[in-house]
Design a protein around this ligand. Structure first.
Ligand code: ATP
Length: 230
């Protein structure tokens, strides 16, 4: 069984007459970078929220590491799947940039030395060291986006979901993110990118899932094209 599997998943928002997603079958492996693309409102973000238990499927089953997602608490899912929201303001809550990066590690009980080491690595990698003591919500949009990604990556979940990770990033930072995501996948941490940035998707993703009218209308394996298989 794949790391994350969806079997005949359907979903409708309460009080909406139409079914947003229907008959969704997907098998996602660790290590692989999969992009989900589709028009505005096609249900990309909703699909990822189902995968992390923020929403419950109206029909079908979702399995995480071989167990139904219904048997996990949200905290247990959060330890396995890191989620970077489209709007970083929704997930930044600490008083400083460095606390934000270290929070997940401290919560998982990492020793202070490991916390310090990883915080320094991510501050450096995402070029956030100069604002280490800044209040996260006062950062620029691009800095907030980098911080949200750094904070999720720092706690090293098995799998990542990044919703529009390139919004607010300049070309240089997109290049850094691209390299880091590819390296992360090669180390065995799979991910889903929800994105309208097709140039970025083409560089990074090994598989592209296209959603339209509530269904998967494209599931293209592109291994080899992206040039980063192990
Ligand atoms: N909490 C909610 N209650 C009711 N309808 C919702 C809710 N959240 C999203 N929707 C609706 O569900 C549909 C799909 O939204 P979703 O955000 O999943 O699409 P998306 O493909 O990620 O869009 P975008 O590309 O614009 O980010 C939209 O029509 C949206 O208005």
């Amino acid at each position: 069984m794949a790391y994350l599997e969806l079997s005949q998943v359907a979903f409708s928002y309460p009080r909406k007459k139409t079914t947003l997603l229907t008959g969704i079958n997907l098998a996602l492996e660790k290590k692989e970078i999969t992009a989900i693309v589709g028009a505005n409102g096609s249900g990309k973000t909703t699909l990822t929220k189902l995968m992390v238990g923020l929403l419950r499927a109206s029909a079908g089953e979702i399995y995480l590491a071989g167990r139904s997602i219904d048997n996990y608490s949200l905290a247990e899912i959060g330890c396995r799947i890191g989620y970077v929201f489209q709007n970083p303001d929704l997930q930044l809550f600490c008083n400083t940039v460095e606390e934000e990066i270290g929070f997940g590690l401290i919560y998982r009980g990492c020793n202070p030395y490991t916390v310090r080491e990883r915080v320094e690595f991510y501050l450096d990698y995402f070029e956030l060291a100069a604002c280490r003591n800044a209040f996260p919500l006062y950062l620029s949009q691009g800095e907030k986006q980098r911080l949200a990604i750094a904070a999720v990556l720092a706690s090293e979940p098995d799998f990542l979901i990044l919703d529009e990770p390139t919004i607010g990033l300049d070309a240089y930072r997109k290049k850094l993110l691209e390299a880091f995501l590819i390296k992360t996948a090669l180390l065995g941490r799979g991910m889903i990118l929800v994105s309208h940035d097709l140039a970025f998707v083409n560089k990074v993703a090994e598989r592209v899932i296209t959603l339209a009218e509530g269904r998967i209308v494209g599931n293209d394996g592109r291994k080899g094209d992206s040039g980063h298989e192990a």
